[in-house]
Design a protein around this ligand. Structure first.
Ligand code: SF4
Length: 300
C-alpha cells in the first residue's frame, strides 16, 4: 500500500460555504488526480494533468498540523478518495483538533465511506448527476447516480444531522453540493428530487458557478455559463422542495472567479514548480445565501 500522496497546494481557503470558511479560512489540502474525468473540470491542471508534489505520510501529517496552527477552522481534504489509506494514516499521526472534511466527488463505494468515517467529521460530497445520461456523457460514469446516492446515504448515516457551533461553523454532518450545468435543467431537478428525500439535517449547497474551461469541442452545450433565466427556474423549483435546507450561490458570484495557484504552497520545500497559473472557474461559495424559508439545521 502506497504511503505517498500527491498534493498541489495546502493553505487557508476562503471560498467554501460560509459554515466552512468562517472568518479564518478552511484548511484546504488539494490532492492531485481524480477518479472521474469530468469534461468540464475546473481543476484540470491537477485532476487530469496531475500537477503536484509527492508527500510521504509523516510530512502530510505535518501539513495537517501546520494548517491547524495557522488557525484553520477545519481540515478540508479536496479530492481525497484515491489516497484514502495514506490520508487515514496521516490523520492518525496528526490527531487534528479541528473537524476533518472529506470533500469528494460523491463517486465512492460505501465500504470506502465506512472505512474513512471514523476519522471524518464532515462529508462534503458532490451530487453531480441524478440521471445516467449526463453522467455518461460528461464523466463516462453511467452508474454515477446510483453509486453517489448510496455513498451520500452512507455518509449521512455516519455523521448524523448537521451540527453547527454558535458562530455558524459546521462541526459535524453531511453537506451535499450540486453544480447546476447549463442546458441540464432536468438533471438538476432530478438531483433536487433525490436530495429532498434525505433525512432532515442534510444541507444542500446549490452552485451556480459553472464556467467553461478547457477543450469542450464535443460539448457545445457546456460552452457557456448559466443564463439568469435558467438559474431562476432552478431557484423557483426550490418551492417544490420546502424541506430542503442549505445554501444557494448567487449567479453574480460567477464573476468573482478565483482558483488558487497550484504551486506547492503550504507543502514546505517541494522544489521549483512552474507557475501556478490561475484557471477561470472556481468561484467563492462564501457569498452563498442560506435557503431561508426552509426549516432545518443550523444556528438559531
Ligand atoms: S470529480 Fe471534480 S475534480 Fe474530479 S474530474 Fe470531476 S470536476 Fe474535476
Amino acid at each position: 500500500m502506497s504511503r505517498v500522496v500527491r498534493v498541489a497546494r495546502a493553505g487557508l481557503h476562503q471560498w467554501e460555504e460560509p459554515c466552512l470558511s468562517g472568518t479564518r479560512g478552511s484548511g484546504t489540502v488539494f490532492f492531485s488526480g481524480c477518479r472521474l474525468r469530468c469534461a468540464y473540470c475546473q481543476n484540470q491542471e491537477i485532476s487530469r494533468l496531475g500537477r503536484g508534489w509527492n508527500l510521504e505520510v509523516p510530512r502530510l501529517a505535518e501539513v495537517f498540523r501546520e494548517l491547524e496552527e495557522q488557525g484553520a477552522h477545519n481540515l478540508n481534504l479536496v479530492t481525497p478518495t484515491h489516497f484514502a489509506q495514506p490520508i487515514l494514516e496521516a490523520l492518525a499521526l496528526a490527531s487534528p483538533g479541528i473537524p476533518v472534511v472529506w470533500n469528494s466527488s460523491g463517486y465512492e463505494p460505501v465500504d470506502l465511506v465506512a472505512r474513512v468515517a471514523s476519522r471524518v467529521d464532515i462529508f462534503l460530497p458532490d451530487f453531480k448527476y441524478a440521471l445516467p445520461g449526463p453522467a455518461a456523457r460528461y464523466s463516462a460514469r453511467e452508474d454515477y447516480p446510483e453509486v453517489a446516492q448510496a455513498a451520500i446515504l452512507a455518509m449521512r448515516q455516519a455523521t448524523g444531522p448537521a451540527l453547527f457551533d454558535e458562530e455558524g461553523l459546521l462541526l459535524r454532518g453531511t453537506v451535499v453540493r450540486h453544480l447546476v450545468l447549463p442546458g441540464n435543467l432536468p438533471n438538476t431537478l432530478a438531483a433536487l428530487d433525490f436530495l429532498a428525500t434525505l433525512p432532515t439535517g442534510t444541507p444542500v449547497s446549490l452552485m451556480a458557478q459553472y464556467t467553461p474551461v478547457g477543450d469542450l469541442a464535443g460539448f457545445p452545450e457546456l460552452k457557456r455559463a448559466l443564463t439568469s433565466a435558467e438559474y431562476e427556474k432552478v431557484l423557483e423549483s426550490l418551492d417544490e422542495f420546502p424541506d430542503l435546507d442549505g445554501w444557494v450561490q448567487d449567479l453574480q458570484s460567477a464573476d468573482a472567479r478565483f482558483i488558487p495557484a497550484f504551486d506547492g504552497s503550504g507543502l514546505g520545500d517541494v522544489g521549483p514548480g512552474t507557475s501556478g497559473a490561475s484557471l477561470p472557474g472556481a468561484v467563492g461559495r462564501q457569498g452563498a445565501e442560506r435557503i431561508t424559508r426552509a426549516v432545518g439545521p443550523g444556528p438559531a
